[in-house]
Design a protein around this ligand. Structure first.
Ligand code: ADP
Length: 587
């Protein structure tokens, strides 16, 4: 998969790298080629004019004039050897017009040219024809490759012989050295004459024509008469060629393609690795990016969800809030209603108490008034009978009664004034007696038997004198009311005890007792089982409130043997000043 992706990217890279290295190699090889050709031409040019110059030397011309004279021959041989040594030419030799070699620089060597005939070589015929003879060939005797320059030796206009200089070319081949690039020099036949690869030597790079084959056989430039073909794989070599016009040669440098292949492979490998790394990096970055985008999406989604929930919740809360507000408003209104109702109740209660009490009050005040009147009438009679002492005691009683009346009125005033005095010490028995006294007439009319079971010692309670008497009066009146519904015997029990820092006063009657409904609701203002004229339903409500104000309690209940049993729980108080107990005139 990855390879498939990489291939199209790497192919141009390989192409470019190949081009680059090929160009670079070509540049290098061109320089080498230029250098080699310049060197070769330099070598050849050095000897080019030599045959002409040598042909003018008298010592050599003398040989042509008299070839059989030993002395001139020896001179010529020595001279040629000297010059060859000095110029670096391989061989120099002098031929007569028939091609026989008369003198040579290698006259004293084993393979001496002297006496040999080279008329078959083209350079000879060219020189005789008056041109500069040029020829490449391998020496038939020396087996050394060389380049031959030949020029005619003239005596006036007549050609009398030819002078030949052979330049060693083996030497230029050895200069090449052991480089991977190969040298290939072909002659006009396309046959390899100089090369850095010995196995390519004297092989034909192109097919030879029949004429060329025949010429090769005739002039024998190569060691072989029919050169074998040399076929080079053009894909394996990078070839650069330069032609040398004057010799008809072609010099080529063949660089093996493997030279650049390795570099290209390295470049492609590095490129591939870089690409791979880049692709991996890209992949990594893309993956990161995708993760990042995913997370952003996820977070945005979460935020939206949260916002939605917040909006929903806010709406809920706002709804709840407005409901709460309206509820609070309703409550406040209800509270105000209640307060108003309570105020009205208190006021109504007070009025009612005053109303119900007015009868009792007038009765209470009437009682002492009646007593005062009878004491006064008695005193009058006593004074008439001169019983002044008795009259005085009557007057004293009158004075006491008026004091008591004043006290009652004072307390009533206090109640009407919204009595908020701190609880004082009140004696229970006298208060009870007072309350009983107010109702004594009615009780007796109803023939109610009073059973008193009170301790001798005065029970002191924390209360307000008037308020306590108010409560007691109410409770006793209720008891009498209840007893009217019952036939004789009617009974009223009064008892008290002192316990746990409290005084308990029990008021029991043998009437019908509280019905269960009355028991539950008797403390409610305006609850009554009586007719409207008889009851307002405020008595127990006011008693309960007053008792609470005194720090005590009013308990409603029925006695197991029938009838109501009311319990007054009051706090014990320190003994205080005793209010003079009124004598019950009706008792
Ligand atoms: P009222 O006397 O004007 O009805 P109260 O608040 O004093 O108002 O009494 C409320 C009710 O309690 C009475 O109507 C009555 O039914 C009941 N009740 C009070 N005292 C007694 C009692 N001693 N025996 C039976 N029922 C009573």
């Amino acid at each position: 998969m990855l390879a498939v992706c990489l291939a199209p990217l790497l192919w141009p890279l390989q192409h470019l790298a190949e081009r680059y290295y090929q160009d670079e190699l070509a540049g290098q090889n061109r320089q080498t080629l230029d250098l080699y050709v310049a060197n070769l031409l330099g070598t050849l040019h050095r000897y080019e004019t030599l045959p002409q110059i040598l042909g003018d030397l008298p010592a050599l011309r003398a040989v042509l004039a008299d070839p059989l004279r030993l002395e001139t021959l020896t001179n010529a041989n020595r001279l040629l050897k000297d010059i060859a040594t000095q110029t670096g030419a391989e061989v120099m030799y002098l031929m007569d017009a028939n091609g026989n070699t008369l003198a040579a620089s290698n006259w004293d060597k084993r393979d001496s040219f002297v006496g040999r005939n080279f008329a078959f070589r083209p350079y000879f015929s060219e020189a005789i024809a008056g041109h500069l003879g040029r020829f490449f060939g391998q020496g038939t005797t020396s087996a050394k490759r060389g380049y031959f320059f030949a020029a005619a030796v003239r005596d006036r206009d007549k050609v009398i012989g030819a002078l030949v200089v052979k330049v060693d070319l083996d030497h230029t081949e050895t200069l090449w050295g052991k480089t991977p690039e190969q040298l290939l020099l072909t002659d006009h036949n396309g046959v390899v004459i100089l090369t850095s690869r010995p196995d390519w030597r004297f092989r034909a790079t192109r097919p030879l024509s029949d004429a060329e084959r025949a010429a090769i056989v005739a002039i024998q430039p190569y060691p072989t008469q029919s050169p074998k073909p040399l076929s080079l794989d053009p894909k394996a070599w990078l070839t650069q060629t330069q032609a040398i016009e004057e010799t008809g040669w072609q010099v080529s440098i063949l660089a093996p393609r493997t030279l650049i292949d390795r570099s290209v492979r390295t470049v492609v490998a590095i490129g591939g690795a870089t690409l791979l790394v880049l692709m991996l990096l890209l992949g990594l970055i893309m993956q990161r990016r995708r993760h990042y985008m995913d997370r952003i999406d996820f977070e945005a989604h979460g935020r939206q969800e949260l916002e939605k929930r917040v909006i929903e919740r806010t709406a809920d809360l706002e709804g709840l809030n407005s409901r709460l507000k309206s509820e609070v408003l309703e409550r406040e209104q209800a509270q105000q209603e209640l307060v108003r109702a309570q105020d009205e109740l208190v006021q109504a209660g007070k009025l009612s108490v005053l109303g119900t009490m007015s009868a009792s009050i007038s009765h209470e005040l009437n009682q002492p008034l009646a007593a005062i009147r009878s004491y006064a009438e008695n005193a009058e009679i006593l004074l008439d009978h001169q019983r002044t002492d008795d009259a005085r005691s009557n007057l004293k009683l009158i004075s006491e009664l008026t004091g008591r009346m004043a006290s009652i009125i004072a307390h009533l005033r206090a109640f009407a004034r919204r009595d908020r005095h701190a609880p004082e010490s009140v004696a229970l028995q006298p208060a009870l007696d007072d309350a009983l006294a107010l109702l004594a007439k009615r009780r007796r009319a109803m023939a109610v038997e009073l059973v008193r079971d009170l301790p001798e010692a005065t029970l002191w309670v924390q209360a307000g004198e008037t308020r306590l008497r108010q409560v007691l009066g109410n409770l006793l009146a209720n008891a009498l009311d209840a007893l009217t519904e019952k036939a004789n015997p009617r009974k009223l029990w009064l008892s008290a005890e002192q316990r746990d820092g409290n005084v308990y006063l029990y008021i029991r009657d043998n009437g019908p007792g509280f019905t269960s409904q009355a028991m539950a609701r008797a403390r409610e203002p305006f609850f009554t089982t009586k007719t409207r004229t008889q009851g307002l339903g405020l008595g127990l409500a006011i008693c309960d409130t007053l008792m609470r104000a005194l720090g005590g309690e009013l308990l409603l209940g029925n006695h197991p043997e029938g009838g109501a049993l009311l319990t007054l729980q009051l706090r014990i108080a320190k003994p205080g000043a005793t209010l003079p107990t009124s004598e019950d005139p009706s008792a």
